[in-house]
Design a binder for this molecule. Sequence first.
Ligand code: AP5
Ligand code: MG
Length: 239
Amino acid sequence: MSSSSITAVDQGRDLGRKIQPGPILLLGAPGVGKGTQAKELVKLWGIPQISTGDLLRANVAQGTQLGRVAKEIMGRGELVPDSLVNEMVAVRLLEPDTVRGYILDGFPRTLGQAHWLDGRLATQVESLPVVAVSIQVNYNQLLRRITGRRNCPVCQTIYNVYMNPPKKDGFCDVEGAALVQRADDTEEVFKERMRAYAALTAPVVDHYREQGRFAEVDGDRPIAAIAAGIVAAVERLRG
Ligand code: AP5
Ligand code: MG
C-alpha cells in the first residue's frame, strides 16, 4: 500500500470517530464490494452490518420456511419477494445493537422495499435519515470478483482468488477453515443477478439520489481507499 493511501485511510478514520453514523445504505451491483466495505465500516463505527443476502443464506442453511422459499429463487439469481425480505429486516432492526446506526448491505433492492424502509423510518422520530452510498465497478471487473470470491464459513471473511487471496490457498487467514464458494457465484447466475439489478435495483439508486443524502464512490480501488471515501461521504452528508 502506498503512503498516500495510508494517509487517506487515516483521514477517514479520524472523520469516522466524529460522527453518529445512523442508518447507512450500501448500494451497488453484485460483487461491487458491499459486504467487504460493510465489514470495514463495522470495524470503524461498531455498528452492525445487516446483509439481506447473508440473512437469507443463514435461513437456507437452517432450513427455515423462509430459507426453503428463498433457496430456489436465489439459485436462479432472482429477487426474493419484498414481503418476505421486509419482514426479515423488520425483525433484525428490532435488535438493540441498531440504536446508534446500522449498515444495510443489499437492501433495499426494489422500489417497494425502499418505500417500506422510508415509511418505517418516518415513524421513528429518534432515527437519523438514511445516507445512501452507491459503489460502482465495471461489468468485467464484477464478473472476475464474483467468480473469484471465496468466503470463510466461520468468520465470514471475504477473499478473492485473483485480487485478494488468502495467504494459504483455500484456507482462511483468521480461522484456518476451508474456504467455500457461494452457490450463485457462477457466470450464468451472475448474468441473471445483473439483469435483476438493472431492472429493479437501479431505480432504487435513482430514488436515493433524488432524496439528496446520496454519494457515489469508485469501487475499483484498494479496499481501504474505498472505505475512506465512504467515510468521508457519510461525514459530509451527515454535516
Ligand atoms: P447478496 O448476497 O446481497 O448478493 P449481491 O448483491 O449479488 O452482492 P454480493 O454479495 O455478490 O457482492 P458484494 O457487493 O457484497 O461484494 P463482496 O464484498 O462480497 O444477495 C444474494 C441473493 O439473495 C440475491 O441474488 C437475491 O436472490 C437475494 N437477496 C438478497 N437481498 C435481497 C433483497 N433485498 N431483496 C430480494 N432478494 C434479496 O466482494 C465481491 C468480491 O470482490 C470478493 O471476492 C472480494 O474479495 C472482492 N473485492 C471486494 N472489494 C474489492 C476491491 N476493492 N478490490 C479487489 N477485490 C475486491
Ligand atoms: Mg455481499
